[in-house]
Design a protein around this ligand. Structure first.
Ligand SMILES: [Zn+2]
Length: 407
């Protein structure tokens, strides 16, 4: 297949996911994986690929031919050079594979269809009432997933649907256990709702996807062990070493918002118990107090980030109470994991004075005698709601399946 291209040759083609050559046992499959990755990394011709990979020219040519026949590569005709044949240029066909990602934003589900290059080909939003239970959520998610998969262009292989949710999640069983946005939902089987129409299904914790996305953008900081603390509508954490979230293959993890605090027993939580950290520090509990002073405050965290920036939050006694509990809990988290960095993601922390106050409380809380507490970073917004980090694992498996296909 030939296409005309413009733009600089030899530039890296950023891809959401590339195959891992170690996942292949057969040499021809592994060669195809290596060549595809080399082209995504900027190699444009067969000799260049052979040189980068130390691969024989016959092996390189065969792998390129096999990738072209699988339509994972495109061969573009460049500008003619002098009187000779135009130089052929190899490119990854980003439209060959796609994946749907559905994530929660406030009380809405936002669904996007992405191609291999991360371009959004379709976007749909559905708002769901807080009274919704398992059946209503299942119908919404299935409808969204089917619509996104159907929007895949001709020739695109749809790798499946990733659902990225906040709250308590069992990643292994693909079940959403508890959410503070939809308190009537319990043990909702996401895979059963979606897989028949738009599977396979990956269920990820939103915070893990968020952390993976940040690590893709800043590999140096995230090469160490990092705690990501989300202090928003709910409160939770993720932990990653080398950009790989801990507990990805496991059950629930990091629900520090439901750590129970002495003295708060009279406060009921959306999880069905009493005295959880969220009952004093989650935005769902703070917002009514804040709205008694500033009635226009939104529920949506992105909007709140801008609204809270200029307010005198330190004049609110409940904010002091929340910050005090959060600093203590975060100190305890650090005494379990001893991370090198803590990234705080919170619409409250767009407020510079509150951030300075919280940072000081955390320093005062300390770690252990003679040990400095980890560096605290204020980074309120997830890039694109963590979509790229959510998409990468399932899309990568989809590309690997295409590489294994018999020619
Ligand atoms: Zn709770």
């Amino acid at each position: 297949m030939f296409i005309n291209i413009s733009g600089p040759l030899g530039a890296v083609q950023p891809m959401l996911a590339m195959p891992d050559e170690h996942h292949f046992t057969e040499a021809p499959e592994r060669d195809r994986a290596r060549v595809l990755a080399a082209i995504a990394a900027g190699a444009r011709s067969r000799p260049e690929i052979g040189e980068r990979l130390g691969m024989r020219s016959t092996t390189t040519s065969r792998a390129v031919a096999e990738l072209l026949s699988r339509r994972l590569l495109l061969e573009a005709s460049g500008e003619p050079r002098g009187r000779g044949r135009p130089a052929a240029t190899l490119l990854v066909n980003a439209r060959r594979a796609g994946v749907s990602v559905i994530h929660v934003a406030s009380r809405s589900f936002v669904g996007v269809l992405l191609d291999l290059g991360g371009q959004v080909l379709e976007r749909r939003v559905v708002t769901v009432e807080p009274e919704a239970g398992n059946a209503a959520l299942g119908a919404v998610l299935a409808g969204l997933a089917v619509g996104l998969a159907a929007a895949a262009p001709r020739g695109m292989s749809h790798a499946g649907t990733v659902v990225s949710v906040s709250g308590l999640v069992d990643v292994r069983r693909r079940q959403w256990l508890v959410s503070s946005r939809w308190p009537r939902m319990r043990h909702f089987d996401i895979e059963a709702a979606i897989a028949p129409a738009a599977g396979p299904v990956d269920v990820v914790r939103h915070l893990d996807a968020d952390l993976r996305t940040r690590a893709l953008a800043d590999p140096v900081t995230y090469s160490e062990d990092v705690v990501l603390l989300h202090w928003g509508w709910g409160i939770g954490m993720s932990y990653a070493v080398g950009g790989q979230p801990f507990g990805v293959a496991g059950g629930p993890f990091g629900e520090i918002g439901h750590w129970r605090i002495n003295g708060l027993e009279a406060r009921s939580c959306g999880c069905g118990r009493q005295g959880c950290l969220e009952t004093v520090a989650g935005l769902w509990s703070l917002l009514p107090v804040l709205r008694s002073r500033w009635p226009d405050l939104a529920e949506d965290e992105d909007t709140l980030l801008g609204q809270l920036r200029g307010l005198d939050l330190l004049a609110v006694p409940e904010i002091h109470e929340a910050a005090r509990h959060m600093a203590r809990v975060l100190g305890n988290v650090c005494r379990i994991l001893f991370p090198a960095h803590v990234v705080v993601s919170s619409p409250l922390m767009g407020n510079a004075r509150l951030w300075a106050h919280f940072d000081a409380l955390f320093r005062a809380e300390g770690l252990m005698d003679g040990m400095a507490p980890p560096r605290l970073h204020n980074d309120p917004l997830a890039i694109g709601h963590g979509i790229t980090g959510a998409a990468a694992p399932l899309l990568g498996r989809g590309v690997e399946a295409l590489l294994r296909e018999p020619g």
